[in-house]
Every structure is written in structure tokens, then in C-alpha cells.
Design a protein around this ligand. Structure first.
Ligand code: CA
Length: 225
């Protein structure tokens, strides 16, 4: 998923249209609030970021992204209407991966997007992570963060949370959880699941609501709304 922040609707539409035509999933936003709201739900593989924006400008947004452990590794391409070298250097120094000067051609846009996606090192993009309401499970690093703060989980707790997250909005019964996470079905052993769920909820703090109890059946992970 590529995110594009651009306040000028015609340019934003052009970018979204061009990338979609190139089989990329893309979402356009007008400002930083919309961007960060979307990022709390899904981490993109790349961000196209306009510099001149109403409210928070692109460089301020870039700073925020680079300072946040959740987002620091996301590749960013800056879009700028000013072609002065200074702007370019500033953008790159602050951790942008590339820049595109407006006006640009669709071909140039696609080429640069592809180049940056190709360059991004394995593990740099959190392709293996699942994000729900700012809870991030990184399957590669085997870490869980809530609002950017690390949460320490035991091996089984991690496996359990991962299984629930992978099956978002699907009700999982205790037997299924038992056999997937523990690798066996033990009749009457489903209490083990409940104990681990209780511990997980405690560790998730105010995101405990993500794990819903489905009466007489089991558990489901879903968002509040
Ligand atoms: Ca602009």
C-alpha cells in the first residue's frame, strides 16, 4: 500500500490514478491528520509526501515519521514545487529516500516509485507486520508494540496474539486456538487459552478491548468501531 499526501486534488488524483494503473494499491490524503490516522491502521510500503501543505508541512511530517519507531523505516519520496538545490538537500538530509520536482511526468513518477521500492532493504518495510489500532505485531522481529512502546510477551502469548491478529474479525473457538498455538487438542484444557488471553489483555493495556470474548465459543480480534 502506497500513501500519497498532496493537498492539490488534481495532482493527488493524477498520482493515485497513475499508480493504480501500475497495479499499486494507493490511498491519497490531503493533510497530515488523514495520513497519521491511516498509518495507525496500516503501515504503507512507501509514502509520497508533498512539501507545501496547509497545516503541518511535508518536512515536519517527515521529521515526525523518522522519529517514530513505528514509522522510521518507511521509504518516503518528497514532492516539491521548488527546484532549488537547498530544498532537495534539506529533504534528503532529513531522511527522505528521493524527491520528485513538480511538474513531473507519470513515467518519471512510476520509475522513481519502483526504484525506491526496489531499494528498500528486506526487513526495512514492515511487510511482515500486522497493525490493528496502533498495536503492531512484527512477525520477523517477533516484537509487539502498543503506541510505539514495546510489550514483552512470552513465546505462547506472542503465538496466540499473532494467530488472533492473522484472523481479524473471525471467531476462533478454544479448540482451534489450542491446536494451532499449542499443537494439540486437550479436552478440558481450554482453560490454558483463557489464562493466556487474560494475561495478553493485561499486557495490551487500554487496547485490551481488541480481544473480544465470544460467549461459549472462544475469542475474536476486531476493532472498536
Ligand atoms: Ca501542495
Amino acid at each position: 500500500m502506497i500513501y500519497c499526501v498532496e493537498d492539490e486534488a488534481n495532482i493527488r488524483d493524477l498520482i493515485v490514478y497513475a499508480l493504480k494503473n501500475n497495479d499499486q494499491e494507493v490511498q491519497g490524503f490531503e493533510n497530515s491528520e488523514e495520513l497519521f490516522r491511516a498509518m495507525s491502521k496500516e503501515i504503507p510500503s512507501l509514502i509520497l509526501l508533498d512539501i507545501m501543505l496547509p497545516g503541518e508541512n511535508g518536512l515536519e511530517i517527515l521529521d515526525q515519521i523518522r522519529k517514530d519507531v513505528r514509522y522510521e523505516d518507511i521509504p518516503v519520496i518528497m514532492l516539491t514545487a521548488k527546484s532549488s538545490e537547498l530544498d532537495k538537500i534539506m529533504g534528503l538530509d532529513r531522511g527522505a529516500d528521493d524527491y520528485i520536482t513538480k511538474p513531473f511526468s507519470v513515467l518519471e513518477l512510476i520509475a522513481r516509485v519502483k526504484a525506491v521500492l526496489r531499494r528498500s532493504k528486506p526487513g526495512r518495510i514492515r511487510g511482515d507486520s500486522i497493525v490493528i489500532d496502533d498495536v503492531i505485531i512484527d512477525n520477523q522481529q517477533r516484537t509487539v508494540t502498543v503506541d510505539g512502546e514495546d510489550v514483552n510477551l512470552t513465546y505462547k502469548e506472542f503465538e496466540l496474539l499473532l494467530y488472533l491478529f492473522q484472523n481479524k474479525n473471525i471467531v476462533l473457538n478454544r479448540d482451534k486456538i489450542m491446536s494451532h498455538v499449542w499443537g494439540y487438542d486437550f479436552e478440558g484444557e481450554s482453560r490454558t487459552v483463557d489464562v493466556h488471553i487474560a494475561s495478553l489483555r493485561q499486557k495490551l493495556g487500554d487496547r485490551a478491548y481488541l480481544i473480544e470474548t465470544i460467549r461459549n465459543i472462544g475469542y475474536k480480534v476486531g476493532t472498536k468501531s
